[in-house]
Design a protein around this ligand. Structure first.
Ligand code: ADP
Ligand code: MG
Length: 194
């Protein structure tokens, strides 16, 4: 079976002399659950940006879910991302002037490829509830704790049921109980993805 992720002789460099990430070869099967582990500054976020098609490699081939991302232009990579990837950003990238529910539904507001129906709205509320945000749906993002924001970002990434979930330190701001719970939900969703 074709792997979900396949990298071949990939180099990415910031500018002419910045940090340089090189990966000889990486292959990850569909339905696999993988953690990239390394110290701060080792390139984990950079790698996730390559897998999401936010960055294109300086050299080499990046293939994700059957799409040769390194060959595609900006618009095609964006379409790929909307259709296939659920991303939890390290800095969340939530919209401050929207409330929790609207942040979770955001991909459905801005992407015509995703259809917002009553069932999706219900799923959004259920997902928020399962991550302990059920009583905060109308709260603006601005008055949430970091851990609460992180959980909103996770709900937003999972709601469209993406084939690929890319989560950048998704439990970095959570206490041990929430960490276990969030990992359970991420892994459960990953099991049913692909
Ligand atoms: P990690 O997520 O493992 O902490 P990153 O991928 O964020 O590491 O960063 C890897 C290296 O690339 C770091 O040295 C960082 O300073 C550098 N870096 C990250 N983003 C940029 C950028 N936009 N421009 C230049 N250098 C960057
Ligand atoms: Mg990082």
């Amino acid at each position: 079976m074709q792997p979900m992720i396949s990298l071949n002789d990939v180099t990415f460099q910031y500018g002419d002399a910045g940090f340089r990430l090189h990966i000889d070869s990486l292959s990850i099967a569909s339905s696999a659950k993988v953690a990239f582990v390394g110290p701060s500054g080792s390139g984990k976020t950079t790698l996730l940006h390559l897998l999401a098609g936010i960055f294109v490699p300086t050299a080499g081939r990046v293939e994700v879910a059957g799409h040769a991302l390194s060959e595609l232009g900006d618009a095609s990579r964006r379409d790929f991302r909307i259709a296939n990837v659920g991303q939890v950003f390290q800095d969340f990238e939530l919209v401050d002037y929207l409330n929790v529910r609207d942040n979770i539904l955001l991909p459905f507001y801005i992407n015509s490829q995703l259809t917002l129906d009553a069932k999706t709205r219900e799923e959004a509320d259920d997902l928020a509830d399962s991550l302990g945000l059920g009583d905060k749906l109308r709260r603006p993002i601005g008055n949430l704790s970091q851990g609460e924001r992180q959980r909103v970002a996770i709900c937003r990434a999972l709601l469209p049921r993406p084939r690929l979930i890319l989560a950048d330190e998704p439990t970095g701001n959570l206490d041990p109980v929430n960490t276990d719970h969030v990992l359970d939900i991420l892994l459960e969703r990953a099991t049913s993805a692909g």
